[in-house]
Design a protein around this ligand. Structure first.
Ligand code: CDP
Length: 228
């Protein structure tokens, strides 16, 4: 009989707007796993820095801010995932245009990433989790049992972001969003620490023309065949 020391770990990486958080959350729900959104942790720090007027280019100030911040991810599949920052539910504040524009700067600093990665590994160490991000399969959890890399055309990704923002009451322009996503892709892929990269052993899914549920079905099928 195989004895596992921990439960399974699923890593989902990819660029902005490839649909990671939606499908990772649904996959976690289907498997009864915890959903851990690593991007939400960077977003929570960016939000706090904006709220406190911290200079977003000041690595030390951001690292100190993080050291005194409690970021909690709630996502047991029963409820919509929520993010708490210092005891307050900030879920609705994390995907605003201001945070979108600041998060990759904050996430680019080594001191910030080292602490975030430590926290992410601690959250995932028992397994039974789906974690999504940029560097999960390559750096945070290279031992993950199953890795996905989601992509989609820039236009499809900008359209999805547009729909997300319209649902929140914002009215951005598609080409502005396309530009912002392109900028974030460049920052995320070119940074020295924890860059966006496809793991060699990741299953690549191009979601450009795929419905969310089809992507989730495919991921769950892969899980059943390869892991469970
Ligand atoms: O949902 P979307 O793909 O737009 O972004 P997200 O997953 O919420 O991540 C927001 C930002 O956090 C990314 O653009 C990255 O700059 C950063 N991030 C990161 O550096 N490493 C991760 N593991 C996750 C996110």
């Amino acid at each position: 009989m195989e004895v596992r020391e921990r439960g399974p770990i699923v890593a989902v990486d990819g660029p902005a707007g490839a649909g990671k958080s939606t499908v990772a959350r649904k996959m976690a729900q289907r498997l009864g796993f915890l959903y851990l959104d690593s991007g939400a942790m960077y977003r929570a720090l960016a939000l706090k820095a904006l709220q406190h007027g911290i200079d977003l280019r000041d690595e030390l100030a951001l690292a100190e801010l993080l050291a005194s911040s409690e970021i909690t991810l709630l996502g047991n599949g029963q409820h919509e995932p929520a993010v708490w920052l210092d005891g307050e539910d900030v879920t609705a504040l994390l995907r605003t245009p201001e945070v979108n524009a600041s998060v990759s700067l904050v996430a680019g600093f080594r001191m910030v990433r080292e602490e975030m990665v430590r926290r992410q590994r601690r959250l995932a160490c028992g397994g039974w989790v789906v974690m999504d991000g940029r560097d999960i399969g390559t750096y945070v959890l290279p031992c993950a049992d199953l890795k996905f890399y989601l992509t989609a055309s820039l236009e499809a990704r900008a359209r999805r972001r547009l729909n997300d923002l319209i649902a929140q009451g914002f009215h951005p322009e598609l080409n502005v969003l396309g530009e912002e996503i392109r900028n974030r892709d460049v920052l995320d892929a070119s940074r020295e620490v924890g860059p966006l990269r496809q793991a060699e052993d990741a299953i690549v899914i191009d979601t450009t023309d795929m419905e969310v549920d089809r992507v989730v079905d495919m991921m769950v099928e892969n899980f059943r065949q390869r892991v469970s």
